[in-house]
Design a protein around this ligand. Structure first.
Ligand SMILES: NC(=O)c1ccc[n+]([C@@H]2O[C@H](COP(=O)([O-])OP(=O)(O)OC[C@H]3O[C@@H](n4cnc5c(N)ncnc54)[C@H](O)[C@@H]3O)[C@@H](O)[C@H]2O)c1
Ligand SMILES: [Zn+2]
Length: 367
């Protein structure tokens, strides 16, 4: 039996949705979609590297179930999470005659979910949306929370909208075609969930690193379900990111800056792994984070084949951090752990701490 988690959305203009997790659930997508998101036509958006293993197969299954479906492909990768690609997709849907009663189904990684979600949020002022995440990062993180959007030359995700899906279906079997590097990148976000919220889960990941990397069904289902549960818990608590949701940005202040510097050539999860190490070092140096946290972080990341040390040249990064939208009044802010499993609040009770450039450089040099 697949795991079914329900995400409540405490907001007048949106409803809650189910997240279904289980090996083989791809087979049930047509029936589940027909029930959760009835539509006149389904625009199934999938990147070129997912269309052959999964996208086309799913579109055929939808059609075989009597659900009118248009398969629309996109170019894969962060470089195409753009307004240009959004324009191309919405033009294509207009050309196909999709109306207000259509539904967008994203079949792909986080890039596809964000892009197709932004299409769904804006097409004819918003149509229904279903997520079938196919990368581990999208499964454990991006598919929950309703954030959609595209990147700009000024930074990632700066143009977007909140748009909750009607349904999310996660079949870990599709990970069989995901490059190992991408699998590892997704695991960084799972480690983050343990680091900020659940020490037992953090330890469980370390103990099951080999099973996870070997794509063991049971291990993957457990991993994905726990991460979805933890992320959904935060999101339900703080739908519009006014406060506590900020803790999901652990590792991301430095991580985003690293991504920007690498012009997005560095996988998001690798940047986050390095960011978590840097931010743990920072917290320890500031006397906020329990001693030994950075070492524990490094151990689990190494077991998963992720970066387990921080890059030394953080100075230039700090300048680009000023552009991070989590900065308040131009000063970068950072999430610091109290210890593995819990986040430290600053003296004013905020979930983020002001980032001191000098202290950051010292911490990274010593990391
Ligand atoms: N909306 C959110 O809350 C949220 C949260 C975290 C991350 N994100 C976003 O997610 C994006 C990163 O997602 P990602 O790491 O999945 O990157 P991605 O979508 O670029 O996926 C990586 C590559 O793997 C391909 N791929 C995906 N599934 C596959 C499969 N099963 N088999 C073969 N190839 C497959 C993709 O098409 C892509 O080429 C970033 O843009 C980030 O901003 C969004
Ligand atoms: Zn992330």
């Amino acid at each position: 039996m697949p795991t079914r988690l329900h995400v409540d959305v405490p907001h007048a203009h949106a409803r809650g949705y189910d997240v279904i997790i289980g090996s083989g659930t791809l087979e049930d997508v047509p029936a589940r979609v027909a029930a959760a998101a009835p539509a006149a036509v389904y625009a199934l958006i999938t990147p070129d590297d997912v269309v052959e293993p999964w996208g086309r197969r799913l579109a055929a299954a939808m059609l075989a179930s009597g659900l009118p479906t248009e398969l629309i492909t996109t170019q894969p990768g962060e470089a195409h999470k753009t307004r240009d690609e959004w324009a191309r997709l919405t033009d294509r849907m207009l050309e196909l005659g999709c109306g207000r009663d259509c539904c967008v189904i994203a079949v792909g990684g986080g890039v596809t979910g964000d892009l197709a979600g932004f299409v769904a949020a804006t097409y004819m002022r918003g149509v229904s949306f279903v997520q079938v995440p196919t990368s581990l990062l999208a499964m454990v993180d991006a598919c929950v929370g309703g954030k959609t959007g595209v990147d700009t030359a000024y930074g990632k995700n700066l143009i977007g909208a909140f748009h909750t899906p009607r349904l999310v279906v996660i079949d870990p079997h599709v990970l069989s075609t995901l490059p190992l590097r991408e699998l590892r990148a997704g695991l960084a976000e799972a480690v983050k969930h343990g680091a900020i919220l659940d020490e037992a889960y953090f330890d469980w990941i370390e103990a099951h690193a080999d099973a996870i990397l070997a794509l063991d069904d049971a291990a993957l289902e457990q991993l994905i379900a726990r991460s979805v549960e933890l992320k959904a818990g935060i999101v339900m608590d703080d739908v519009f990111e006014h406060g506590r949701r900020a803790i999901l940005n652990f590792g991301h202040t430095v991580g985003h800056a690293l991504e920007l510097r690498a012009a997005y050539a560095l996988p998001h999860g690798f940047a986050v792994a390095e960011g978590m190490i840097a931010e743990a070092a920072l917290g320890e140096r500031a006397g906020v984070t329990e001693a030994g946290t950075q070492a524990r972080m490094a151990r689990v990341l190494a077991a998963l084949g992720l970066p387990a040390s921080a890059s030394a040249d953080i100075t230039g990064l700090l300048e680009s951090m000023r552009l991070d939208k989590k900065s308040r009044a131009g000063r970068p802010r950072v999430v610091l752990l109290e210890r593995v499993g819990s986040v430290a609040r600053d003296a004013d009770g905020a979930w983020t701490h002001e980032l001191n450039a000098e202290a950051a450089q010292h911490a990274i040099d010593g990391a």
